[in-house]
Ligand binder design. Structure first.
Ligand code: NDP
Length: 241
């Protein structure tokens, strides 16, 4: 069950559509439950608790962003961690800090798996993660620290972003700023994993200026078609598990 409160933004719409298609393809029953945008936190929590108790429901997802009056941490905490197929519950995030097997947030997992497909050995690599959200940037950084990469996390407070991204052997970008990363910000030969999904007049674009960065990068993931579909695959895998 995917629980959506209010109108989904571009990214979650794309995400919902691909969830619907992908679950149908592998034979998982999928249902979107839409609650009104002005639903109270208590009513959203009650709905989640009912889904937790429902033995016919094996996985629950909460579409982001939630309307501003809802505290995402409180809503997520009311999920049963065992049904948290997206890996966003604090218990599952805590497993990453401890390096014990749990459920990794799908998008972070997908981004790291795409990095692994380069066969670069993480130990000793300079990894730069732009964006530090709980479900994308922070878990990616932790996963690679466990493998002894040297990880720098950049965000809105970073002075001179380019001086960091230029050093990166592996660059993960998850900011929601279309085309933030330009050609001159990327080290030649680097692996560039673009997590952003932004709806613009030019269609769906990532956080990386793909056409120019592809000319210098050693590897680059496209948007659409890169991290997004792999995220959906990870979600299905988690649901089956
Ligand atoms: P958040 O908005 O939660 O986090 C964005 C992060 O980027 C924040 O840490 C923010 O810093 C940082 N940031 C914003 N602007 C800049 C800037 N100009 N320079 C440096 N850092 C900046 O977003 P998410 O992590 O949830 O998502 C990021 C992107 O990934 C979005 O485009 C989203 O649509 C996409 N996404 C894609 C998914 C997929 O399956 N492919 C799934 C989930 C998200 P600060 O907090 O300090 O302001």
């Amino acid at each position: 069950v995917s629980l959506a409160v209010g109108d989904e933004d571009a990214a979650s719409c794309v995400y919902l559509k691909s969830q619907k298609k992908a679950t149908a393809k592998v034979g998982i029953d999928f249902e979107v439950q839409l609650m009104p945008a002005d639903s109270s936190e208590a009513s959203v929590v009650r709905r989640l608790e009912a889904l937790n108790r429902d033995a016919s429901v094996h996985g629950i997802m909460i579409q982001r962003p939630l309307p501003g009056h809802l505290n995402p941490s409180e809503v997520i905490r009311s999920l049963d961690p065992a049904k948290d197929v997206e890996g966003v519950h604090p218990e599952n995030l805590g497993c990453i800090v401890h390096g014990i097997p749990g459920r990794i947030p799908c998008t972070a997992d997908a981004a790291v798996r795409l990095f692994r497909s380069t066969n670069l050995a993480p130990k000793g690599l300079e990894v730069v993660v732009v964006g530090h959200s709980e479900i994308v940037g922070k878990p990616i950084a932790l996963l690679l620290v466990h493998e002894l990469a040297t990880v720098t996390i950049c965000h809105i407070g970073t002075n001179d972003l380019k001086s960091h991204t230029r050093r990166a052997d592996v660059l993960f970008v998850a900011t929601g700023v279309p085309g933030l990363v330009r050609r001159e910000m990327v080290k030649p030969g680097a692996a560039v994993i673009d997590i952003g999904i932004n709806r613009t007049e030019a269609g769906l674009v990532g956080d990386v200026a793909f056409d120019e960065v592809r000319e210098v990068a050693g590897w680059i993931t496209p948007v659409p078609g890169g991290v997004g579909p792999v995220t959906t695959a990870v979600l299905l895998e988690n649901t089956v598990r």
